[in-house]
Ligand binder design. Structure first.
Ligand code: FE
Ligand code: CA
Length: 523
């Protein structure tokens, strides 16, 4: 492919990242093999556009994805029609070896509240095409939104069939991802144990991951999944991360095994760089100085404001849960403690309001109190200190934000626990039936924890211990938010099995929340 250097500079000058940087050396030829093996994605829509993403990897599981260590020009097109006869925006971007040959284009100049088709071109090769919707204009009156909710996709635990069903829902405004897009563990971590034998649906092709190339490789392994690729083609994602994009249950600068902070922070930074490289997110999320600013907002006209939260990077260390736990704060530590960190908390307080129909706190770990059956040896019921229940002061400050403004329209979307739940955050931790402050929908998992069941073994006492929670389901799946001004409906979707391909989809519940009063009703 002939590339005019001036044209390239023009294309590149739109990118703050590249501004002022002369293009050194010669751009390499596009690879001769099909380079779009990891699929394409769109994300973070705005009224005038969205991000489109791809990553060149002609031999995705070989070192550097089979790419030579040189920058490569990649063309892109956005059209109004699936046949690309009405192209409305196009350009060229540079896939750089420093960024794992990923491409992030912030498309602008589009019209609000419309679907668009996009694709990439490298040499003679065209990518698949994807579809993404722009958001409505800032003050537009919006009747209805449909947002998918998914996350927790452990490769070793099952097939990603739920994603294929989610893709088939069609015409979604976006898909919120609550994290655990990859899992960092070794080859057989997360496999089922059946009669004492470890049974893997699929295996990771490496040990636990630590280096930038390890994380890049793990993303490549996951992104080869055809069902995940189908979900990306179907709608723009709103990506966030939870723990497994880095390491199980990390908190701020601490991992769970007591690694010195300055050492863990190196791992955290390469993991977050790999997250950036593999997600359709904006320049504002470019990793720098050991951090990545993930929290951000997406508005949908007068109907919805989505606050995408980061509940990992700025939090205090977890409290100890069980006797003998190490690398944690004492269970009775009096703080101060934080989940969001001061800056994000102030940002959230400033941005919450009653001028839109709904506020969605799109985040990772359960915010409502929840009483679990303990593992053997613990108290009969216990709280998960990796959730907001381990940070009661921080949870109270979120309640205060909502109550100070007398907001009744706050919905929380959560993942992490690999179960579907729906419940409320009561105004008092001590009284679960006290006046609800917000409604919380907890999504299960795409595959993590394997097939599952409607009610997990050993959970007989859980519903009675959690009278503020209306739903418990331990099957894999996703949720679908169908949002209108007068009601918020959540369809809770499950697949019967993920240990075999082609699991069947069912809707196990359709739940309704109204904006005047937090709570769950069955539709
Ligand atoms: Fe998970
Ligand atoms: Ca998690």
């Amino acid at each position: 492919m002939h590339v005019d250097r001036r044209e390239l500079l023009k294309a590149a000058s739109g990118f703050a990242l590249f501004a002022g940087l002369p293009l050194r050396g010669v751009l390499a030829q596009a690879p001769r093999q099909y380079p779009f093996t990891l699929g394409i994605a769109a994300g973070d829509p705005a009224p005038d556009g969205f991000v489109i993403w791809t990553r060149l990897a002609p031999r995705p599981l070989e070192p550097h994805g089979g790419m030579a260590p040189q920058p490569v020009a990649v063309g892109w097109e956005v059209a109004e029609d699936r046949a690309f006869s009405r192209i409305v925006q196009s350009g060229e971007a540079i896939a750089r070896p420093e960024l794992g040959h990923s491409v992030h284009v912030e498309v602008g100049g589009l019209r609000p509240a419309r679907p668009y088709h996009y694709r990439f071109i490298a040499g003679a090769e065209f990518s698949d095409t994807g579809i993404a919707r722009t958001t409505p204009a800032q003050d537009a009156a919006v009747d209805r939104l449909r947002i998918g909710v998914a996350g927790c996709q452990r490769y070793t635990s099952g097939y990603f069939t739920a994603y294929r069903h989610l893709a088939a829902e069609g015409d979604l405004d976006a898909i919120f991802h609550y994290g655990d897009y990859i899992y960092e563990g070794g080859a057989r971590r997360g496999c089922a144990v059946v009669d004492g034998q470890t049974v893997c649906v699929r295996e990771h092709d490496s040990d636990e991951i630590y280096s930038l190339d390890d994380y890049r490789h793990r993303y490549a392994l996951y992104k080869l999944d055809p069902d995940l690729q189908a979900a990306h083609r179907a709608a723009a994602f709103l990506p966030t991360f939870d723990d497994h994009e880095v390491d199980n249950n990390w908190a701020g600068q601490w991992d769970e095994s007591g690694t010195p902070a300055e050492v863990f922070l190196l791992r955290r930074f390469v993991a977050l760089q790999a997250w950036y490289e593999n997600m359709p997110v904006r320049r504002a999320q470019f990793p720098a100085n050991g951090q990545l600013r993930m929290f951000r907002r997406i508005d949908y006209g007068n109907l919805l404001r989505i606050h995408l939260l980061d509940t990992r990077q700025y939090r205090s260390d977890q409290r100890c849960n069980m006797p003998g736990d190490r690398n944690c704060r004492p269970a009775d530590d009096s703080g101060p403690e934080s989940v969001l960190g001061d800056e994000q908390e102030a940002w959230l307080r400033d941005g919450m309001g009653g001028d839109r129909g709904w506020n969605l706190l799109a985040q990772q770990v359960m915010m409502m109190p929840f009483r679990y059956p303990a593992p053997t040896g613990g108290p009969a019921l216990y709280t998960n200190n990796d959730s907001w229940s381990g940070y009661p002061q921080a949870r109270q400050r979120v309640r205060d934000m909502i109550q100070e403004r007398r907001l009744t329209n706050v919905v929380v979307a959560t993942g992490d626990v690999h179960k579907h739940h729906a419940g409320v955050i009561p105004s008092s931790d001590a009284d679960l039936l006290s006046k609800p402050v917000a409604t919380e929908y907890v999504g299960s998992s795409i595959s993590s924890d394997g097939d599952g069941s409607d009610m997990p073994a050993g959970w007989e006492q859980v519903p009675a211990a959690n009278p503020h929670v209306a739903l418990h389901n331990s099957r894999r799946g996703y949720q679908l938010f169908d949002i209108r001004r007068e009601e918020w409906r959540t369809d809770v979707m499950t697949v019967d099995r993920v240990s075999v391909k082609d699991g069947r989809l069912s809707r196990v519940a359709s739940l309704v929340t109204v904006p005047q009063k937090p709570g769950i009703e069955r539709a």
